[in-house]
Design a protein around this ligand. Sequence first.
Ligand SMILES: Cc1cc2nc3c(=O)[nH]c(=O)nc-3n(C[C@H](O)[C@H](O)[C@H](O)COP(=O)(O)O)c2cc1C
Length: 208
Amino acid sequence: MSVKNILEHRNSVRHYDPDYKISPELLASFIESASKSPNGNNVQAVRYLIIDDPQIQKSLLPIAFNQQQVADASAVLVMLGDYKAFQDDNIIQIHEEGFQAGYFDESLRDYLANAAIGYYASKSDEDLRMELTRDVSLAAMSLVLLVNEAGLDTITMSGYDSRQLKETLNISERYLDVMLIAIGKGIKAGHRTVRHEVSKVIYRNILT
Ligand SMILES: Cc1cc2nc3c(=O)[nH]c(=O)nc-3n(C[C@H](O)[C@H](O)[C@H](O)COP(=O)(O)O)c2cc1C
């Protein structure tokens, strides 16, 4: 199915077959492909906490305002951003790997690494939070496309209590939780949704 086709036909699914299990290998292959998504300076800050233990999934129910999909989906991914990715040692390491792989020469390695280090050095906490939100969101959309391409269903979710989630799943302040994605086999199609006419969302050159 083409990307266009998925986008035309996908809907968020809220009812899942609780007996359907996605293999860890398939889930890992979705994540491997999603990790190829664009990300700022290639610092690779996106982390994926897979929740597929039925008991832990059940414990998410009160945290996610009793949205049943967290219990019934094959897995719930907690989409995280790792603030540590902005540290110099990570940036240097990643660019060294690119150099070792033969993707660029020493001078581009040093230029890119120094540019990235300088870029993050001037950022406020709020800026860094936005950087993580962008990178995680792009990977999340890739995951949605990949999972739907495989004939499975998804729902992205921000309807949960972040503090309780972090406490229950032992997520430290090192990480920003951006959203959940429930993944599984839908047993009831998501309701269809409207979108603005395209002319309503496009501006050209200057906002009017
Ligand atoms: C960031 C984000 C958070 C969302 N959180 C929830 C949620 O907690 N519960 C829910 O039922 N739907 C949630 N949704 C799904 C939206 O309601 C849905 O995408 C929107 O209504 C459009 O419907 P569609 O995805 O079927 O096209 C969320 C979507 C996004 C992008």
